[in-house]
Design a protein around this ligand. Sequence first.
Ligand code: PEP
Ligand code: MG
Length: 602
Amino acid sequence: MDKPRAPRAAKPRKGRGEGMASFDGLGVSPGIAIGPAYVHGVETPTIAECAIAPDQVDGEIKRFRAAVEVSLKQLAKLKRKTGALPPAAAEELGFLLDAHTQMLSQSRLVRGAERRIAENLAMAETAVRAETDAIAEAFEAMDDSYLAQRVQEVREVGGRLMRNLTQTPWGAFKNLPPEAIVVSEEITPADTAVMDPEKIGGFATAIGGAEGHTAIMARALGLPAVLGVAALVGAVRPGDTVIVDGGEGRVIVRPTPGALERYERKRLEFEKAERQLSRLTKLPSVSRDGASFTLMANLELPREVDQARAAGAAGVGLLRSEFLFMNRDDVPGEDEQFEQLATIVRGMEGKSVTVRTLDVGGEKLASALGDLSPGPNPALGLRAIRLSLKRPELLDAQLAAILRAGALGPVRVLVPMVATPDEMVAVREAMGRAARRLVRKGVALADPLPPLGAMIEIPGAALAADALARVCDFFALGTNDLTMYTLAIDRGDEQVAHLYNPLHPAVLRLIQFTAEAALRNRIPVSICGEIAGDPRFTALLAGLGIRELSMSPIKIPRVKSRVRALDLAAASARARAVMDESDAGRIAELVDGFNESFAKAG
Ligand code: PEP
Ligand code: MG
């Protein structure tokens, strides 16, 4: 290994220190979790060793270099995050990340691994492991305290390369201590899908924005979570006691007895408030002046059906079908998809289930569709319905599975990222073809065919809502993407998270325009973006004419409590005042002021 060149890298590092340390980040899922740290990603994935053939060497080196590229990008991303830290911490972490970057840039590790692939016909993973071990052993053998400190870093860099080579989720979350707090550089939505919330207390990461899918998954699983904690990397040792305050956005490592006691109390208070809210489950969602609201559940995973029922959801307003394609290398067939959907439809006991067709691409990548290229600008590329129409075999299998599930209970079909009426017409034709195929085979299916709706989440679709309404049976406003595309703010990037604002007048106008177009064309419209589950927005959305909201099941009680305290006539008047404003800050004041006044009155 070439010795890191940074002149001050030999300086002793703090970080994995002894005393209590507190970090601020984005609180994305409320609640308090206290438990031992499970430092995710430091473990190296296990691999089946096998040799490669001589004609595979070039391909294997290419694969290795791609993993190096990805690793360098990850380190650059982490380095950018240090800018948000106090100068001393930024400098400290900066040295560490620079050292890691150097180890991946024409170093002994990279050259040695490539030599092992070419000369020993080793798989890239085997080559990385062997080279990492050899460097670490050589360092350990030398009686040099500087090099001894570097051994851990060599192993961390080797582990990063291995994870990127194997492309497995960053960990299987096995053998976790009870109530574990998962601490990681990054947790992907696919990682959250394999977490067992019974075993995990909460999680904290260095990377991730509040409206990204990792945050949505955390809320779905009811796990307190703080994302975007810049200084987390290197500050926590496995087994350290960690507190995650998902409401405040704070992570406390190695708390003092006093801090521990304070947060234990806070946890009990939070749980008491949750119990009180759960008493609302059986009460109707009706405002004080008699307007009725439909509060539905967003589901990411089949296991949330129980939560949705327990929360008193009026149905499933958005089933994100991506779970069917996550953590696997093959595409699920129609039968497998049907079985999974059938469990959900039966679980909802006669309440309607809105199944969204596959929405991958952009930040949501499904490994099952292995050859999916992110393209130069993934958020604007071949994703969602564009991908489904390009790969009709995917769409046909999904539609057939949904139609079959529709024989067991009411379903609706929802199409993501719709931009033009043509796309809806194409999906309706595909649904007709799938139905005729099933009828020919004598398979039971929904009769009549299910309502077909469009997600309105592209600004152009909102502005063309009247034309779309003519070919749709319902609309679902996807305000997460709508906000992202309207303001050109990546919803998953914590660096611009402070600019992501659904209260921007442009976003509100698009919501209002869509709601009015739906009314004009007499089709139902719901909101299933994250603002639907945030009580701060309830009165405003009601005032803009929205009566259907779909949200993570755990959010339903709080939103219901808001609806029941609401006076719709007053909310409509306030919404009109809001729509007369052009300044987002003033809009926020009007919204918050109104919320305070009627919350007090209620
Ligand atoms: C949205 O964009 O608001 C939405 C509900 O869809 P997703 O978050 O899955 O992109
Ligand atoms: Mg979306």
